[in-house]
Design a protein around this ligand. Structure first.
Ligand code: ACO
Length: 429
């Protein structure tokens, strides 16, 4: 039997000592409630806006060590998955907790292909958006609308229904994402081609014109697959927390994923790669890089795509994305913006300002350049992120609904407003 570790606290208000058990490097915040000044006192509460230092779940999905630059899905290093796995294999791993066997992967891939089509009314629903509607808004609304198409949407506790929800969400997301893109272009929506792989089918729905059969360049297909793998999960980030919080009320999984998309829509979460592209365009020429770096050091602007709340060394995803970028540019030709990005990275990594603050390229530094090279507009960047992240959201949602410790999310507040005011009629205000 291991000896229990404790945190010993003395409350200076009462002089009383408390022993709070420590397990897995955490204390239970409800244990703080025992620390009271009187019988009537609600007990001590931790104040944590933005949940900086609060673990909200015990999770077995994604391991992240920001200091060491380590990212693992279900224990497998991201580098190995990006080198050898397919996106659907990784989605299976995240959702079911183990790498699929050959028959498991074949049946899972077949199942996903069987669910790629959406009801014609969903297509009609999307056609109702203005020609210039943001594709992320269209994705958010249409995923939310999916719940109204399935009578079992609310059967979140029925194992068979759950299997269907999981497959539908993974399978239909590329269809909805591609429809949103075609809508913006005013081009007819392209139906799924179930002969193609998950990623090739997505490219076909995005770019197919009059050709009988669309076959993407395998280097482009693989580069996109790698990007999807790198974005598939990132533990308890803003959008995943949104999925879990909405799911904690037992909302249907389509609404939960729509909540994740809504969170990812925000520029602080899903929009940084777009900001990188704007920055590169603004710099304009490689000769302007030194001045731009000086401006960053003088606090005039930030070097977008650098720095991360968790990673304090090279973001492992950024290194892998750089390789994918090389493959895409080999097919599509080099972008002048890539030369600026490479020069920025080189200079920043040699500069004391960035080195001392542990600022390294993050996942967004190169991903926007890749999407742009593929011919996608900036508005589509977060849509691709959402598509890839769906497997992570679904895995996290499943883990949450199966965890007996999870309750409906209901944080507390420190009330700082008025009390007991007397209502005055309109005429006397
Ligand atoms: N360029 C220049 N200086 C920076 C940058 C940057 N990109 N990021 C941080 N710093 C500096 C800060 O000015 C600060 O310096 P100081 O100590 O002299 O005041 C120091 O580094 C620490 O910065 P914080 O803002 O405290 O770090 P935090 O962890 O809060 O921020 C963040 C992380 C928001 C990602 C930040 O690095 C940033 O704004 N980066 C650019 C935007 C970006 O690329 N976002 C994508 C993140 S990845 C993702 O969300 C998928």
């Amino acid at each position: 039997m291991t000896e229990q570790d404790f945190l010993t606290v003395t409350d200076s208000r009462t002089g009383q000592d408390y022993k709070i058990p420590i397990s897995d490097g955490t204390i239970r915040s409800t244990d703080l409630r025992k620390i009271r000044v009187s019988e009537k006192d609600h007990g001590l509460t931790s104040y944590d806006p933005g949940l900086f230092n609060t673990a909200v779940a015990r999770s077995q999905i994604t391991y992240l060590d920001g200091e060491a630059g380590v990212l693992e899905y279900r224990g497998y290093p991201i580098e190995q998955l990006a080198a050898s796995a397919s996106y659907l294999e990784v989605a299976y791993l995240l959702i079911y907790g183990h790498l699929p066997s050959e028959p498991e992967l074949a049946s899972w891939s077949e199942d996903i292909s069987m669910h790629t089509f959406v009801h014609e009314n969903i297509k009609n629903f999307m056609q109702g958006f203005r020609y210039d509607a943001h594709p992320m808004g269209m994705l958010l609304a249409s995923v939310g609308a999916l719940s109204t198409f399935y009578s079992d949407a609310n059967s979140w506790d029925d194992p068979e229904s759950i299997q269907l929800h999981v497959r539908r969400l993974i399978a239909k997301m590329p269809t909805l994402a591609a429809f949103a893109h075609r809508h913006n272009l005013g081009q007819p929506y392209v139906y799924p081609d179930n002969e193609l792989s998950y990623t090739a089918n997505f490219l076909s729905m995005l770019f197919k014109m009059s050709e009988r059969h669309y076959t993407p360049d395998p280097r482009i297909e693989r580069a996109l697959e790698v990007l999807f793998i790198l974005h598939a999960d990132h533990e308890q980030n803003c959008s995943t927390t949104a999925v879990r919080v909405v799911g904690s009320s037992h909302a249907d999984p389509y609404s939960c994923v729509a909540a994740g998309i809504a969170a990812l829509y925000g520029p602080l979460h899903g929009g940084a790669n777009e900001a990188v592209l704007k920055m590169l365009v603004k710099i304009g020429d490689i000769s302007n890089v030194p001045d731009f770096i000086d401006g960053v050091k003088n606090g005039k602007q930030r070097l977008m795509g650098f720095g991360h709340r968790i990673y304090k060394s090279y973001d492992p995803r950024a290194r892998l994305i750089k390789q994918a970028a090389d493959d895409v540019f080999e097919v599509k030709g080099t972008s002048p913006l890539l030369r600026i990005a490479l020069e920025l990275e080189k200079r920043a990594l040699e500069d004391e300002y960035f080195v001392s603050r542990k600022l390294y390229p993050n996942v967004d530094f190169y991903s926007g350049l890749i999407y742009q090279a593929l011919g996608l507009p900036q508005e589509m960047f977060p849509v691709l992120f959402a598509m890839a992240r769906t497997s992570g959201w679904v895995a996290q949602w499943l883990e949450m609904i199966r965890d007996p410790e999870q309750k409906i999310a209901r944080p507390l507040q420190v009330y700082t407003g008025d009390r007991g005011l007397e209502y005055k009629p309109l005429s006397s205000r």
